[in-house]
Design a protein around this ligand. Structure first.
Ligand SMILES: *Cc1c(COP(=O)(O)O)cnc(C)c1O
Length: 383
């Protein structure tokens, strides 16, 4: 094992030292005044990332816990739902509906494709009893961003509740929870918020809370009403250290110029990477890429494992491969977390050296040149 791995994975990501140190402070009691004040301060800052005034539920779980809790709190046994399935995480929505025996209608997509707002419209028309739409903002398994702004216009017209899994993408791909009218947004700690795994956050609109009141699915630990009632405390013991780390990470984001600056930064990294990929005679995989990670088709004759192993052994850089049927077919290069422009440039150069060594045909240096040119043309680079 290399001593230190630089994580360019779409989660978990590199955690700034400042954040880790905040978590190492002396323990406080989760019912103390001090802890209540910390939660109040966090909540003001996290709402700026969510772009919402809605109530946020703080869960001690990873992202999937936030997804399951959302299903358990929103739905009634008699409800029907529309599920967008364009990858591993859309599949998770389908499996959650199955687990709770919720009648659901899947919009199947070839992996790498983005759902079109018209497809949502058609599904809602075909299934007028379905008043819930479950989707991703960014399908991390394929590196694809969905057009949530226009999807929200459709769900509003049909008075359907829109549930967006923004687990990898909140703070990396634009999302306007209140301005676009999104009922439920879910995210977690170990992706764009650059924390260790272990926290999930769910924001719910007034409309969503009305639905929560009527839900009859079983839940106990995950009961959102208890979280609302107890705020700024959590109904059970809080993940104090992780929440302190969250507070620090939100301060860093503020110091960087807020979520807007952060979106620009990650988009710049993704653009530079995409330019480099194409200049290295490689093909992008997704039809609608976004700033969380770039997906690249593995060139024929070269193994994805050989590329990833060389990057890890020679450069201590960890990127990821594909999941399920995309295993061996794509590579996923993350851009989120504690990453700087110099890391993007270094990674492109390391990838060039690796591909050259493994016999891929391309002009050595072309990828780096394309990334450099992309940064020269960009306004945001260093932060
Ligand atoms: C990572 C991820 C999840 C799952 O999160 P866990 O923290 O592994 O439970 C869900 N949805 C998307 C889009 C993700 O990227």
């Amino acid at each position: 094992m290399p001593k230190r791995e630089f994580l360019l994975s779409p989660g978990p990501v590199n955690v700034p030292r400042r954040v880790s140190l905040a978590g190492a402070a002396e323990m406080v009691h989760h019912r103390s005044e001090e802890f209540g004040e910390l939660m109040q301060a966090i909540d003001v800052k996290l709402k700026k990332i969510f772009k919402t005034k809605n109530f946020i539920v703080y869960l001690a779980s990873t992202g999937t816990g936030g997804m399951e809790a959302t299903v358990a709190n929103l739905l009634n046994r008699s409800n029907e739902a529309i599920v967008v399935e364009g990858g591993k995480f859309g599949q998770r929505w389908r499996e959650l509906c199955q687990a709770f025996q919720i009648k659901h209608h899947v919009i199947p997509l070839d992996w790498g494709r983005a759902v079109k707002p018209e497809q949502i419209e058609q599904a809602l028309k075909a299934h007028p009893r379905a008043k819930f739409v479950f989707t991703q903002l960014f399908e991390t398994s394929t590196g694809t961003a969905y057009d949530i702004e226009n999807i929200a216009k459709v769900t509003k017209r049909h008075e359907a509740i829109l549930v967006v899994d923004a687990i990898s993408s909140l703070g990396a791909v634009p999302l306007e929870t209140d301005a676009w009218g999104i009922d439920v947004v879910i995210t977690c700690s170990q992706k764009s918020l650059m924390l260790p795994p272990g926290l999930a956050f769910v924001s719910l609109s007034e409309r969503a809370w009305k639905v929560v009141e009527q839900s009859d699915l079983p839940k106990y630990y995950w009961d959102f009403k208890a979280y609302k009632k107890n705020f700024p405390y959590t109904p059970y013991t809080s993940a104090v250290s992780l929440l302190r780390e969250l507070n620090e990470s939100l301060d860093i984001i503020d110091e960087e110029g807020g979520v807007g600056a952060r979106l620009c930064k990650f988009e710049g990294y993704a653009q530079a990477t995409r330019a480099a990929i194409e200049a290295m005679n490689l093909k992008l995989f997704s039809e609608r890429p976004g700033a969380v990670c770039t997906t690249v088709q593995v060139p024929t004759g070269i193994s994805d494992k050989a590329i990833m192993e060389n990057l890890r052994q020679e450069f201590q850089i960890k990127i990821e491969g594909g999941q399920d049927h995309l295993k061996g077919k794509i590579l996923r290069i993350g851009h989120i977390g504690d990453v700087m422009a110099k890391d993007v440039l270094g990674t492109v150069a390391a990838l060039e050296i690796t591909l050259h060594k493994l016999g891929h045909k391309f002009e050595l240096g072309a990828g780096s040149r394309a990334a450099i040119e992309s940064f020269v043309g960009a306004t945001v680079m260093t932060k």
